[in-house]
Design a protein around this ligand. Structure first.
Ligand code: B4P
Length: 194
């Protein structure tokens, strides 16, 4: 299996690039952000709980998102590989993912991290907020809070995969096509080695 993590701060283009990558490589796209927004729009108890955290720019508790990923992995037993988008976001989530994949006899192949400056990220998210209806994108204070959470809770995930020599940075500024091309080159090199 080829299992990829697309990593990077809020607004770095993980969702944008994931859509193109799953089409090209046939991977199953698992975006915890999308899964949570689906729960919110279906007004499930999980969605109602998650919304309280997301609206404040905080992370949803680990056990909630780990449970969602566990279910999703079980639903796609025939997958050729997974693209994890927005997950793992904490060291505990990274450890849980390693264990879940080990139980399936597989592991993470590569972690590609989109690098974008904070000013560009704020611009993109406020811009998306004008049309997306996403309450976490309309308020600059909430956006800044999400960056602080990223620095404190999510950046340690990078060290986890750097230790395993699976981590690679990708320039996340430029056109969507240019960035897609850089990501594909990195994936194609890794695929030759699998
Ligand atoms: P997510 O849904 O994961 O979203 P994101 O980090 O905001 O955005 P992404 O990086 O995917 O950016 P996109 O491509 O859309 O998280 C939302 C919330 O859910 C979190 O804050 C948290 O509360 C919760 N959550 C999710 N996963 C969790 C987990 N594992 N644990 C706990 N909580 C979790 O791009 C952004 C914008 O930029 C778009 O408008 C796009 O059009 C634009 N853009 C993209 N590429 C561009 C480019 N090259 N140039 C210019 N603009 C570009």
């Amino acid at each position: 299996m080829f299992n990829l993590i697309l990593f990077g701060p809020p607004g770095s283009g993980k969702g944008t690039q994931s859509e193109k990558l799953v089409e090209k490589y046939g991977l199953v796209h698992l975006s915890t952000g999308n899964l949570l927004r689906e729960e919110i729009s279906n007004r499930t108890p999980l969605g109602l709980e998650a919304r309280n955290f997301m609206d404040k720019g905080q992370l949803v508790p680990d056990e909630v998102v780990i449970g969602m990923i566990d279910n999703a992995l079980d639903h796609h037993r025939e997958a050729v590989g997974f693209l994890f988008d927005g997950f793992p976001r904490t060291a505990a989530q990274a450890e849980a993912l390693d264990k879940l994949l080990l139980l399936k006899g597989t592991d993470i192949t590569a972690v590609l991290a989109l690098e974008v400056t904070e000013e560009e990220l704020v611009k993109r998210l406020l811009n998306r907020g004008k049309t997306s209806g996403r309450s976490d994108d309309t308020n600059e204070a909430v956006i800044r809070k999400r960056f602080a959470v990223y620095t404190n809770e999510t950046e340690p995930v990078a060290s986890h995969y750097k230790k395993e020599k699976k981590f690679q940075s990708i320039k996340g500024e430029g056109s969507v096509e240019e960035i897609f091309h850089s990501i594909c080159s990195a994936i194609d090199k890794k695929m030759k080695r699998v």
